[in-house]
Design a protein around this ligand. Structure first.
Ligand SMILES: CC(C)=CCC/C(C)=C/CC/C(C)=C/COP(=O)(O)OP(=O)(O)O
Length: 318
């Protein structure tokens, strides 16, 4: 497969253009870029999904209290945004070697490394304060744990040392629905573990599809992502196996009774398309198929959690 890196960090590229146009707007835009807003949006969808599910589990309408939702979104955005800013600081050397990330604010010399670090730490302190004071200590502690796992275990260690980096590191991104759940339920329960596990198994196929598209970048930076270390055939095989486990998990979840038929139908439909996309990539290892799976995986997660929310409200309503 042609592995020439074509993906560019669109957010950073446009940031650099804006920065040239206007000093203050550009600076604010760079700091916003440090938080990786598209990733935050997806994490919030999963956190809100956890809140809807917990609300239904507690015998409520399935629609969580709006203020709690807002506070979780604010606290979660600060926590995840802070973790991402620290990631920018820690990865500045390798980011400067990859075309997708070379124009980011730190390697692009528009934000000083220590300023990015201080910004990231500051956001995490604010996240902890918001969640601990207005939501609960468990939600605050879990968010902090996600940040520490992401920056210390994934960014500082696994990312540069093992092809299993994204498998284990994905645990950080699997915590937001659990934060949403405990924000509403106050305690940890089995459905929250399911949500965690679903995202845990979603992350590798999603990230490996991206890794296939930017394999050249990872090779240049010496990052042992699976395609670099094990080759494209092994990677698409692993993507397929993880996709099967992911979809099986989403279906078994319905058997627990935490979700209903509306969710089950959506999980079956969306999951079939996921496995189909992974199978097609396995049959024809091309950039187009890898990009299809990568983009679909984003849509899949948002729609799966959307179905979960709609399902709870529907069951309360009928
Ligand atoms: C508080 C909280 C919920 C934090 C979650 C942190 C988070 C965004 C986890 C996502 C999982 C992950 C390993 C992403 C890859 O980062 P990367 O450094 O490989 O990505 P990059 O190459 O784009 O920088």
């Amino acid at each position: 497969m042609d592995v020439e890196p074509v993906a560019t960090d669109v957010a950073s590229a446009s940031t650099s253009e804006r920065r040239e146009r206007s000093g203050l707007v550009g600076l604010l835009s760079d700091y916003l870029t440090l938080t990786k807003p598209p990733i935050i949006s997806l994490l919030l969808v999963t956190a809100i999904g956890g809140m809807f599910l917990a609300s239904r589990h507690m015998g409520g309408s399935g629609i969580p209290d709006l203020l709690t939702m807002l506070l979780v979104c604010v606290g979660g955005s600060l926590g995840a945004g802070g973790a991402n800013a620290i990631n920018h600081y820690m990865d500045q050397d390798i980011d400067s070697l990859m075309s997708r990330t070379a124009k980011r604010p730190v390697p692009g010399h528009r934000v000083r490394p220590l300023a990015a670090l201080a910004f990231g730490i500051g956001l995490n302190v604010a996240a902890f304060a918001v969640l601990a004071y207005w939501v609960n200590l468990l939600a605050a502690g879990l968010t902090l744990a996600a940040t520490l796992f992401y920056v210390l275990v994934y960014t500082g260690w696994l990312k540069r040392s093992t092809p299993h980096n994204i498998v284990i590191g994905g645990a950080a991104g699997s915590i937001p629905p659990v934060v949403g759940w405990v924000a509403v339920a106050g305690t940890f329960d089995l459905p929250a573990l399911y949500l965690f596990t679903i995202i845990f198994f979603w992350t590798p196929p999603h990230f490996w599809a991206l890794s296939l598209l930017i394999q050249g970048d990872y090779e240049r930076a010496g990052i042992p992502m699976l395609p670099v270390v094990a080759g494209t055939e092994k990677t698409v095989g692993s993507i397929f196996v993880y996709s099967l486990v992911l979809v099986a998990l989403t279906l078994v979840f319905a058997a627990t009774g935490a979700v209903g038929l509306l969710y089950l139908g959506a999980a079956a439909f969306l999951g079939t398309a996921f496995v189909w996309a992974a199978w097609r990539l396995r049959q024809d290892i091309s950039r187009r198929k890898a990009r299809n799976l990568y983009l679909y995986s984003l849509l899949y997660l948002a729609l799966l959690f959307g179905a979960m929310m709609a399902d709870g409200v529907y069951r309360w309503w009928v």
